[in-house]
Design a protein around this ligand. Sequence first.
Ligand code: HEC
Ligand code: HEC
Length: 701
Amino acid sequence: MKIKALKLLTLAFLLIACVLPVLFLSGKTASEPDPSMAGLGFGSLETLNANYKEWETQYEKEGGDRNMVLAIGWFKGLSTGNTYASGLAKFNLIDGHVTVAINGLSQHEAWDVWMVDSAAGRSIALENDDNMLHIGSLTHEGKVSTLAASLGKDAFAKFNMDLIIVTKAGKNPMEDRTLIGTTSLFHHMYRSKQQGQFGALADADPILEQPDKSGFFQRIIEGISPTASAQIGPIPNPSTTLQFSITRGRKSFFNETFNGNGRTCGTCHREDANLTIDAEFIADLPPNDPLFVAEFVPALSQNFENPVLMRKLGLILENPDGFDNLPSKFVMRGVPHTLALLQNTLTPVAAVPGATPLPDGSIPSQDGTTVPPRERTGWGGDGAPGTGTLREFIIGAIVQHYPKTLNRQTNVDFRLPTTGELNDLEAFQKSLGRRADLNLATMQPKFRNEVVRKGVEIFNNGGSVLGQPNEGAGKCFFCHLNAGASDFFFPGANANFNTNVEGLPAQPADLVQPLQLNPQDGGFGRLGVSPTGGFGNGSFNTPVLVEAADTGPFFHNNSIETIEGAVDFYNSTAFNTAPGFGAAIGGIRLEATEVVAVAAMLRVINVLENERSARDLINRMKIATSQAQAKELSNLAISEIQDAVEVLVGGGLHRKAQKEFFNAGVDAHSAGEALTVTDRVALANKALAHLTNARNDIIAP
Ligand code: HEC
Ligand code: HEC
């Protein structure tokens, strides 16, 4: 019955929305002002700014430009050689003082340190016209290699640092790059703000920049989001340039192949599938889609992907533990969405007080992981190579997924991005999704559905850990605070745990006939043997849950298809005997009705996020300057609305809201087709009214 209703609704949507997957990226050049910001797609300037603001507060708390800290490490695709050495560089950009401390470098060799300001529009791979500054040599003190240099007060006035590089003595960064550290998008944004030109990033392609002389965008931003200033403070000289940066980042994310095998980020992170992909979506792709390169490019036919597991279960082959033994050293993982890459979903748990560095130079954290990696990306929380930032993840993804051959040679099998491209891709990704975490406790009494209210209660009940009965205690918030990815015990940080998903019996990927090689996944880290098998310490990074219900299957290996099944995982013997946390929190034991209540809550908060996003897109559609842009925004809004309907139908929840969402979809579609602005605005307003009704059916205002 439910399935039938769902099918009918889906069919209706497909008929009215025609072929939704065909989304047109704005054909306009980036320099034409676009008040609707159609070119940003799901990206939003407000989200980027809110994300930036959080970073800035932290940066200034740690000393700001007097204490800029960069991690330095081996850097996939860019480092020469291979080493586990790593360390930190600290800059005082005001007085020009730099200190560097590296663990794990050979004491029998001498090493130089360089800073690089990449030439605009050039690859971050080193080139002749990059500005390279030799700042000194490392001296060995015990196991640590250090340098302290005073470059003078004006050293950083005109030098926009992109990279810091440790080379073998006597070599320049074009000849040797043993260790590398990079600044991030937010460093560049901070610098542009210091220079009174917020958002004007030093390495952007100058042709695509357009100065905002009129204050036009300031007015637009204030117009569409009166709350923006309240949330993120006054925006200094915003921000045509940032809009362009996100727009370019989006184009690059969905179109740029980096001279590789034809894939783009969007090959796996689909815009019309919540920035992820699953087996159902894969089934509708043509055989020549670049996702399937392993099926038609002979050089990639072995040890690159497993087409059977890809097609049946949406699993992608990854070599997070290194490319040294391709036939057996790999893991099969689902594609996570890239929504809500907020600071607190990237920040590692603090170091163990007084911890001494491990032999590889990394510092142990309180959740059993280490720093580096400096940011938590990917299922293992160690997704990015080298120093482990979201910025380096881009390069890691290119090296992993884009090569023409398995030699994976830079400038032969793919090219590396420019500094500007890295900024843009980072800007797009950090502009996606929510601006902040929910507050489930204050939402709880407002939910209209009593089962959903119960779901919150169970989710936020700590049971025996807090000296209360274990019955009805979901203990979910310990790890997924407010259904985000930050942690109750380590607030503001994104912790790793071994919840023993690997220990589940009868996983779909292990049942596939004929049997496929599917090695144990050791999660975090490249070294050591996980207690549950594989390379690493066995822990996985806690994912956000608000965006979960419409982005299944669940867990790192796509082992569970439904959200109810994913909640029920916490009843399993696997979890309750997990080496990570299962037993330590007195176990989790939920009755079937309680499982459904928690899942209902997860469904409903997902739908509220769909509604927020659809509303944002429809509001922008109202001020679009061309019909093509209006159409594009309407398509994106419809994909959110369609998810909302499916997620509610799947849980038998909020039938009135289902209808309201459906009608909102119909009106949003008509608004996208409207031939006059007046008609479009009227229809968009009707869609918005239906969205309001839907939201009101779910939660009191
Ligand atoms: C062939 C499929 C594929 C392609 C192409 C691809 N990704 Fe991914 N992406 C994945 C998979 C699989 C994971 C999980 C990786 C892991 O756990 O190690 C992932 C994870 C991520 C994450 C981590 C999300 C999180 O919540 O931690 C980010 C960010 C990301 N990808 C960005 C990109 C970017 C940027 C590109 C393009 C440069 C890209 N991806 C290209 C499959 C892909
Ligand atoms: C000890 C920490 C911990 C607790 C407690 C916990 N989780 Fe998780 N959760 C995780 C980790 C870590 C993952 C990722 C595991 C993996 O993929 O191997 C995860 C994954 C999930 C996922 C899959 C998300 C996705 O996008 O694939 C869901 C859903 C989920 N948890 C819900 C819950 C619920 C509901 C509860 C309470 C009943 C709960 N979790 C309790 C740590 C925890």
